[in-house]
Design a binder for this molecule. Structure first.
Ligand code: 2NL
Length: 363
């Protein structure tokens, strides 16, 4: 059987010149089920013991030699291919990295941060509280009795179950319950703002069922509406980054304040856009309502266990989403919920900077 050695030589020669696809063909031809060497191995069974002793090592030797040669050639081809790729695909580490889309702080969160910062300078702490409240904290304590229309099913989201004390539970419709909780837990003087999520059963182009509100509360001795007006003026000027802003207080009604005042801010039209500030009585000017406010109703102070003859104060409330729209010139509330990076970019929000009215970094 001299042809075993010949067969081995032929295969080794073929292997030496084969590419990866060729190697697979050779492996099938030699070692596959119908392969030539596999065929020879099958003949061993029919041989005499003597003959098998002679042919066995030759045939098995050929099988091993061909298997080893295929593996070695495959290794060599693969590492040559890798080396060629490494040489051809040199990476220029000095190039800037490809830009990946990056978000930024949400305008509503940004405004909440600004509010905390501005009011911190005026001595106000930030207070927070639960978004699921009882009817007492959300309405009754605020002088809104069971019959108040805001307590109707179609205005407020109620939970099907009552709490352990048997009270109706609901999603807070304003952040006032945070102030109620603070007045019950802390001894005055109190100066807080309460920013956060609030909920009303309302949904159209300018109302979303979840929105954001900030309320402010001051409780101290001898607090007057003059303190209220100065505080709001100082806040609005700091927030809109302009000194030429005028406020107008209009008599109004809220159950939780007495007297109550709606607060209008003067605007002018610059480059076709409404901006806060300037002369509201001029040809391009007007008034826009931005806040509700008033002196805390003595009944509310009493509900919190304080003596209204000793303590009084002012409170105000306004929508944060609207503040953000006014400050950054955004005109569609619904975009606040879209999570569209192009929208953030359009209004000047980036991962490392937030827009200011003057537009410069750190301005
Ligand atoms: C508005 C009006 C307002 C308050 C909120 C308040 C809270 C307590 C006591 C008294 Cl605990 N008042 N909050 C006062 C006046 C107005 O919000 O139009 N908000 C969007």
């Amino acid at each position: 059987m001299a042809d075993v050695e010949q067969l081995q030589q032929d295969y080794l020669a073929q292997i030496a010149g084969a590419d990866l696809a060729g190697l697979e063909e050779i492996r099938i031809a030699a070692l596959g089920k119908q392969g030539a060497i596999s065929g020879l191995l099958k003949t061993l069974g029919a041989m005499s013991a003597e003959e098998r002793q002679e042919q066995g090592p030759r045939i098995n030797g050929a099988r091993e030699a061909v298997t080893t040669a295929i593996a070695a050639r495959k290794d060599a081809l693969e590492s040559a291919a890798l080396n060629a790729r490494l040489a051809a695909e040199a990476i220029d580490l000095t190039l800037p990295a490809a830009a990946t889309p990056q978000g930024s702080v949400h305008p509503v969160s940004q405004v909440m941060d600004e509010l905390a910062e501005i009011f911190a300078d005026l001595g106000f702490a930030v207070a927070t509280g639960p978004e699921i409240e009882s009817g007492w904290y959300n309405f009754t304590a605020l002088n809104m009795p069971e019959t108040h229309p805001a307590r109707a099913m179609h205005d407020t989201f109620y939970f099907p179950d009552r709490n352990a004390a048997g009270e109706e539970m609901l999603l807070r419709t304003h952040t006032s319950p945070v102030q109620i909780r603070t007045m019950m837990a802390q001894k005055p003087p109190i100066r807080i703002i309460a920013p956060g999520r609030t909920y009303r059963s309302d949904s159209d182009a300018t109302h979303t069922p979840m929105f954001h509100q900030v309320e402010g509360l001051v409780i101290d001795k001898d607090i007057t509406m003059a303190h209220l007006k100065w505080t709001l003026e100082t806040f609005v000027k700091a927030f809109f980054e302009r000194d030429d802003i005028v406020l107008r207080l209009r008599p109004s009604y809220f159950p939780f304040t007495e007297p109550s005042a709606e607060v209008d801010v003067g605007f002018t039209v610059e480059k076709g856009k409404r901006v806060i500030g300037g002369d509201p009585t001029g040809p391009n000017g007007g008034w826009m309502e931005i806040l509700g406010s008033g002196m805390v109703n003595p009944k509310v102070i009493e509900h919190c266990g304080l003596d209204p003859d000793e303590w009084q104060g002012f409170a105000f409330g306004c929508g944060i989403d609207r503040l953000a729209m006014l400050k950054y010139g955004m005109d569609d509330l619904r975009a606040f919920f879209d999570g569209d990076l192009r929208w953030l970019k359009h209004y000047g929000f980036s991962s490392l900077d937030v827009p200011t009215l003057s537009g410069g970094v750190g301005a």
